[in-house]
Design a protein around this ligand. Sequence first.
Ligand code: 1PR
Length: 551
Amino acid sequence: MPSVHLLDYVAGNVRSLVNAIEKVGYTVEWVRKPEDVANAEKLIFPGVGHFGHCLTLFGNGGYIEPIRKHIAAGKPTMGICVGLQAFCDSSEESEKVSGIGLVPGSLKRFDDSDKAVPHIGWNSANTSRAGNVTGDSVYGLRPDSKYYYVHSFALPYVEGQLESKGWTVATARYGNEEFVGALAKDNVLLTQFHPEKSGAAGLRVLKAFCDGQQVTKLPQQPSAQAAREGLTRRVIACLDVRTNDQGDLVVTKGDQYDVREKDGVDAGGAVRNLGKPVDMARKYYEQGADEVTFLNITSFRNCPVADTPMLEILRRTSETVFVPLTIGGGIRDTVDTDGTKVSALDIASMYFKSGADKVSIGSDAVTAAEEYYARGKTLAGTTAIETISAAYGNQAVVVSVDPKRQYVGSPEATSHHTVKSSTPGPNGEEYCWYACTIKGGRETRDFDVIQLVQAVEVMGCGEILLNCIDKDGTNSGFDLELINDVKASIKIPVIASSGAGHPGHFAEVFEKTPTDAALGAGMFHRGEYTVKQVKEHLQQQGLLVRQFEDV
Ligand code: 1PR
């Protein structure tokens, strides 16, 4: 098999990229020191984390000159995400550090006054906006395809500026901001999006780069509808995974977090078994899920951390599922079966190496946030959220919230932040506050969801997975009041979860709240609806979605 070289200058979550490269028919050879660059023909530079951190490592490692030579020699070079940014002049993210300067321009942070930042999700990389109306596909990019982005800083698009220097530019739009989604010139391809996480559309770009196919003909000119720009509505399939009483890992689903069967032959306590995690993840990928989330809802207490069955599930899933994978459950400092201390960062690193793109933290985030307030809103620097986001970037850290409604007669009846609810409490109470819970809802804290999300945003969390125990498994729709309230209190993206029972609930949550994504579980697992049906429904309602593409 032919090979491509991958730059390994920092421990990153590059497993998915390796899988994607292998999927398009190449093997990976590693560049581990600057001298290795000379052995490379095709070189890929995966950008990790922070602009300044990335360039400092890169500069201190002695890579900049060898890479310049590699490019000057006309050899194929690709940069992904921060790997695109590093080739620009500079970035607002670290003003003291200079970029490589191959691409003129400076990266700016997205304006968060009217939208969530980071920009997470599927968006265009459309070369026709920037003047390519010839019907050509540059490095396999198509105007009607969508690609997975996750970043807070972007290169603003200024018409004609880069084109006048010989670059072909693919653009995307987030809110009112138009930015560079990809850039190509001769032997260089730079993508702000992650091709390895962009399904068939991304694999096509990766293959075109590896095969050296700079320009091909588009199979067809897309319709205006298909080439509509902007961030699509993200639909996530979530798999709650646990061991059943036979010791097998199964996908399960609770009713308000109770996963034991209540009727039928298994009534009286067996764990509800809805299928095999790897097979179900693949099925949802093929139905068009924009992301797949695994929540390990029980910890595997009798097993060494390194043998955690979730690692194997991730390894196998990431070989065939080329959309972002999130893993949650048990991400905290722990002690291994042999007594060794294992940090939350070590656990997260194992998951990233096995193919996860994000980790989701539940109980530990609540404890850390409570301590943050107890210290007078000062950061400890040692929490799971802080250490993992420092190493892998904020976008890699999700906080999963499990709130439960607490009804009160009036806002004065509690010190917590309340909402006026259209569904009164058992005694006719008109207000409620949302209490955080830990340990899968088993323990309720005197701490509200707004306190939690505001604290974890400061600590470096990049996204909130907002469950709601009252709604979980009810098929009665999302808790719109909760979602609106949380969205109004933070800038980072929110994934609405709990209560989806049919495609109309997805349309409702996107229309009646500013949520950034919506997640479903039970309705998909029970086979009542497919992700594809949800997307079709959203599209009929005029909402922009990504449809599954075949290779
Ligand atoms: O506390 O860091 O070890 O993480 C544990 C994780 O496991 C948390 O993310 C917590 O939400 C999750 N969890 C714990 N117990 C349960 C349970 O169900 N007994 N599942 C549980 C939470 C949330 C969603 C769910 C949606 C949508 N599940 O994944 O699937 O509510 O369901 P629906 O669409 O069917 O209504 P830590």
